[in-house]
Design a protein around this ligand. Structure first.
Ligand SMILES: *Cc1c(COP(=O)(O)O)cnc(C)c1O
Length: 395
């Protein structure tokens, strides 16, 4: 790993200084782990003491191609020497090229670029309203679509929603996940779209029952309701295919993407088909589809193709789940997932697991109280998986 910009002095003093500055100057929104990270390579990150960790969080399903993949680093460096930012008042070659790439891997007609997951959900909601002239949404219980006011109005968890009510879409109907009939009941004359994660991430790595998404699609078609898939977390090989929708054999009308799209560089996008599109002046983002983001994303997509990371996600995911299911513990309720999006549900809150694993050099995330979410870089090796399972078995 290369030298850091800030790297001098006693690590303990540097650690203390970070904690002090953060607690003094940063709004205390995050439940930070007691860890100051400074470097990463592949599936491993390093803290300022030089201690290494196998990273099964990966920026929460962001670093799919691994930390600081040389091809992504090189693409960002090269692009930064030519253009870092220009307005969408002008064209760039790199944006045109990535738009073509993204349309091709999503199988959609047109894309719009933004900068984050929530922003992509906002764009999808606006587009659904524009395309239908209707305003309401149907979303699933335990859904997570982001923290901006619009995205929040289709996000289910009351802790995230309640302090910020009323929502923009006061008519959002939340229905049980994996119950197609409930969606049929919830669709009204004013429903613009149904929005779903094809596998719920934050909600606990919940996989829909067989036939559910297909049935939802049929109900949407019958009722003239749009279907939005939020693939922010499930995209770019996370579940073993480019997008999770492929595994269910259905096409949404609009999809939202972000997290791993830029190989770690912030970026979001939506894609739409059937002629659904914004027209001139109907949506915009100053930084959307900027040169650095597009360069990073193009490089990342190329890495996924060249290193066959879709196949790898499938293979390693199956291996990981099999090993997890074989752990000698009686407090595991279920091991579930697709590709390298894995949930291990246990019988009690899992935050203690997170602490133990970290001390043993493994980073994992606990979501929905009792589900360990494992979303490592797709480049994780079998050896690293073995180490992670050993640690979780002892935890
Ligand atoms: C993370 C996530 C979001 C929000 O993304 P941000 O970039 O944090 O705004 C939206 N939808 C899903 C499914 C996510 O996992």
């Amino acid at each position: 790993m290369t030298e850091n910009i800030i790297e001098s002095g006693d690590p303990q003093a540097r650690y203390d200084s970070v904690i002090e500055k953060d607690s003094k100057y940063v709004m205390q929104t995050y439940g930070h782990q007691p860890l100051v990270l400074s470097k990463g390579k592949g599936a491993v990150v390093q803290d300022i003491y030089g201690k290494e960790y196998i990273d099964c969080v990966a920026g929460i399903a962001v670093n799919n191609v691994g930390h600081c993949h040389p091809a992504v680093v090189k693409a960002i460096q090269a692009q930064a020497e030519n253009l870092i930012h220009v307005s969408n008042l002008y064209y760039t070659e790199i944006q045109a090229e990535f738009a073509e790439t993204l349309a091709s891997i999503t199988g959609m007609e047109r894309v719009f670029f933004c900068n984050s997951g929530a922003e992509s959900v906002e764009a999808a909601m606006k587009l659904a309203r524009l395309a239908t002239g209707k305003s309401a949404f149907v979303a699933a219980e335990h859904s997570f679509h982001g923290r901006t006011i619009g995205a929040l109005s289709v996000t289910h968890k009351s802790m995230y929603r309640d302090p910020f009510m009323p929502p923009v879409s006061s008519e959002t109907a939340f229905v049980p996940y994996s119950d197609a009939e409930a969606i049929r009941q919830a669709i009204s004359e004013n429903t613009a779209a149904v929005i779903l994660e094809p596998i719920q991430g934050e909600g606990g790595v919940n996989i829909p029952g067989p036939g559910y998404l297909k049935e939802v699609k049929e109900i949407c078609d019958e009722t003239g309701t749009l279907l939005i898939f939020d693939e922010v977390q499930t995209g770019f090989g996370r579940t073993g295919t480019w997008f999770c929708k492929e595994q269910f054999g259905i096409e949404p009308d609009i999809m939202s993407m972000a997290k791993s799209i830029g190989g770690g560089f912030p970026m979001g996008a939506i894609a739409a088909r059937n002629g659904i599109s914004f027209g001139r002046g109907q949506h915009a983002a100053t930084f959307g589809g900027g040169p650095l983001a597009c360069a990073a994303a193009l490089a990342s997509v190329k890495v996924i193709k060249e290193e066959k990371l879709l196949e790898r996600s499938k293979e390693m995911g199956a291996y990981f789940r099999e090993k997890l299911a074989g752990m000698a513990r009686d407090d595991v309720v279920e091991v579930r997932g697709k590709g390298l999006m894995i949930g291990v549900e246990i019988k009690y809150p899992c935050s203690k697991f997170v602490d133990f694993a970290r001390e043993q050099g493994v980073l994992v995330n606990c979501t929905s109280e009792s589900v360990l979410r494992l979303v490592p870089p797709l480049v994780i090796t079998k050896e690293q998986i073995d180490t992670v399972v050993d640690v979780l078995e002892q935890a």
